[in-house]
Design a protein around this ligand. Structure first.
Ligand code: LLP
Length: 415
């Protein structure tokens, strides 16, 4: 359920018409449904209520401060991967003890800041990082709790660019090297290893991959416990997939919970999760206006005012996003490529889509763009990043202004 629906053949986000949103805020426009975000958070909280669990929202999926506030106000924590995300999360009111800091390239400044604010854990991804943390902890004489991120060498069925659980990827400490790495902090007074972590990939639609990873982490946790390490938690990362085309059939959040409980339910280990997409993905759409319609013998093109700089996913991962006409007119349909104004053939939002024949000025909604839409946006072709609005029932809030052209060259130095 995502709260984008037609009423009298006009598309609404919650109780607000997309036609009104476009005329009030302009296009392209990121539109988010607050109710959808809340419902997704609540589903996670409910599904995991029977097991000690911390749900740490992956800030990278959508880092708008108002979105973060919404999520943290319901009691979720944060998974961050840079000091920028950490500061954002703190600004939006997250409790530091509910923050896990992941990422393969944390630098000294980031580690020092994480220690000083008192995050729940640094998820450590290499021996090099571990030794740096050790050095900092010894210098500052401050205790820091860590999880070791394990790379369990699990092959998940998803786009290769977002599969992270194989040894050929840069992520985590290969499971076979774990014992060698952990010895460097055995009985260390300041660096306390409390858990194991993993993140095997993103947009995962099968539960067996998560179960396998949980099994592997549990087994390693037990091994370490028998060796005297007090491992009390496992962080299973994020990765739960969502439906982009209405046809793929992702597991529900509660089925995901059941799958993890099956493995970890009686393990005595506290569970951490880092969902991003499953919290915000279906809560967002990009509202865009048709600029031109053109055709040649081979193709029909609908040129819209949103582009690959607003949504890189189709170009980068060949990702599918459903595209709806805001007016559900039942006129003739056409098969069209919905493309942006950017000067690249890869600048498309959807290819070969059957929609009601569009004309200049019509509005379209590109669906399921709440995750990795605005957060991966750029200024390519000197295009200002689009405004963002958050709709809740009959009210709408502007949560990020449209960038001005001047702001795009403000930091450039030119005599
Ligand atoms: N935790 C870690 C350590 C991660 O690296 C990620 C995502 C997450 C959690 C959240 O994963 P999620 O629940 O959202 O799947 N830009 C790509 C997705 C990249 C994901 C990177 N890491 C996309 O648009 O599909």
């Amino acid at each position: 359920m995502d709260h984008f629906q037609y009423k009298n053949d006009e598309l609404y986000c919650e109780e607000i018409s997309c036609v009104e949103l476009a005329s009030q805020f302009g296009t392209p426009l990121y539109v988010y449904s607050a109710s959808t975000i809340r419902e997704n958070c609540q589903q996670f909280l409910k599904a995991f209520s029977k097991h000690p669990t911390e749900i740490c929202y992956a800030v990278k999926a959508n880092y708008n401060l108002s979105v973060l506030k919404e999520v943290f106000s319901l009691g979720l924590g944060a998974d961050v991967v840079s000091v920028g995300e950490l500061e954002r999360a703190l600004k939006a009111g997250v409790a530091p003890h509910k923050v896990v800091f992941s990422g393969v390239g944390k630098n000294r400044g980031e580690i020092e800041r994480a220690i000083s604010v008192g995050v729940a854990a640094l998820n450590v991804e290499s021996l090099s990082e571990l030794l740096l943390i050790k050095k900092i902890a010894e210098e500052t004489k401050k205790k820091i709790s860590i999880n070791l991120r394990v790379n369990p060498n699990i092959d998940v069925r998803t786009n290769p660019y977002i599969a992270t659980g194989l040894h050929k990827t840069k992520f985590g400490i290969a499971d076979e090297l774990l014992l060698e790495v952990i010895q460097h902090i055995k009985n260390h007074p300041y660096v306390i290893v409390e858990g194991l972590a993993c993140h095997i990939g993103s947009q995962i639609l099968e539960l067996d991959s998560f179960e396998q990873a949980a099994q592997r982490l549990k087994q390693l946790a037990y091994e370490l416990q028998t060796m005297g390490y007090s491992i009390s938690r496992v962080d299973m990362g994020g990765g739960l997939g969502i439906s982009y085309d209405g046809k793929d059939n992702p597991p529900s959040i509660s089925q995901y919970g059941e799958a993890l409980f099956k493995v970890l339910g009686t393990s005595g280990l506290k569970l951490y999760l880092e969902p991003g997409r499953a919290i915000v993905g279906n809560a967002g759409g990009i509202l865009t206006r048709v600029i031109h319609v053109k055709k040649n013998k081979a193709r029909h093109f609908t040129v819209v005012d949103a582009a690959m700089n607003d949504l890189i996913r189709p170009c980068l991962y060949e990702a599918f996003h459903e595209i709806l006409t805001v007016r559900n007119n039942h006129d003739d349909k056409v098969i069209t490529d919905v493309v942006g104004p950017v000067c690249e053939t890869g600048d498309f939002l959807g290819l070969g889509r059957e929609i009601a024949t569009p004309k200049s000025g019509d509005l379209l909604l590109v669906k399921t763009t709440g995750a990795y839409g605005s957060s991966m946006a750029s200024n390519y072709n000197t295009r200002p990043r689009a405004a963002e609005v958050l709709v809740s029932g009959t009210s709408v809030k502007l949560i990020r202004k449209r960038e001005s052209l001047e702001s795009l060259w403000e930091l450039e130095l030119c005599e």
